[in-house]
Design a protein. Structure first.
Length: 181
């Protein structure tokens, strides 16, 4: 695989049935800005959204999804810096009465999952200080303080033999990547 060029994920595209409703959700709830919009052909409209002016778009909404068809997206995930930001998103989503709010403690991450207006699952998460083998799923209790959440997570994974500091796990994976290339 060493002959592959270096690449990174740039953006995602989402087929939508109701462009105005979905655009409003991503701009008013998640803070994306409309960077551009246009029509490829009649009845196929595109809206380009970004949270960073260096990127023309991080998400492109594309009309044409048939009403009543299920989403094909498992999830779209956004990383934030700390549990404080995950809590802020959770509280914002609750205040906006967003569907499907599901706070989860994965042991290695704290997450809040929810649905956009067309049933696409979104996630905001931050890393915990620990690696623990996945999958792991427990309810994240935002009635606790950030310090109490951290202590509860650590206590719940302490007996798992895979638990270790995330930095150690990342260093091991970095060495494995280097050996493989």
């Amino acid at each position: 695989m060493s002959d592959l060029p270096k690449w990174e994920i740039s953006h995602i595209g989402i087929y939508v049935t109701d462009m105005d409703r979905v655009r409003d959700f991503y701009t008013s709830v998640l803070g994306f800005k409309v960077m551009d919009a246009g029509e490829v052909r009649p009845a196929m409209h595109l809206t380009f959204l970004s949270k960073d002016p260096k990127d023309h778009h991080q998400i492109v909404l594309v009309s044409g999804r048939q009403p009543g068809t299920p989403s094909t997206i498992n999830q779209i995930t956004f990383r934030v810096a700390s549990i404080k930001e995950v809590r802020t998103m959770h509280d914002l989503l609750v205040a906006r009465k967003v569907d499907g709010i599901d706070p989860v403690d994965h042991g290695n991450a704290w997450s809040v999952y929810f649905m956009d207006p067309e049933g696409n699952r979104l996630e905001f998460f931050c890393d915990t200080p620990w690696y623990v083998a996945q999958p792991r799923r427990a309810r994240l209790d935002f009635s606790l303080s950030d310090k109490e959440i951290e202590a509860a997570t650590h206590a719940s994974i302490a007996a798992d033999p895979s638990t270790r500091p995330f930095g150690e796990w990342r260093e091991q994976k970095r060495r494995e990547f280097e050996r493989a290339t």
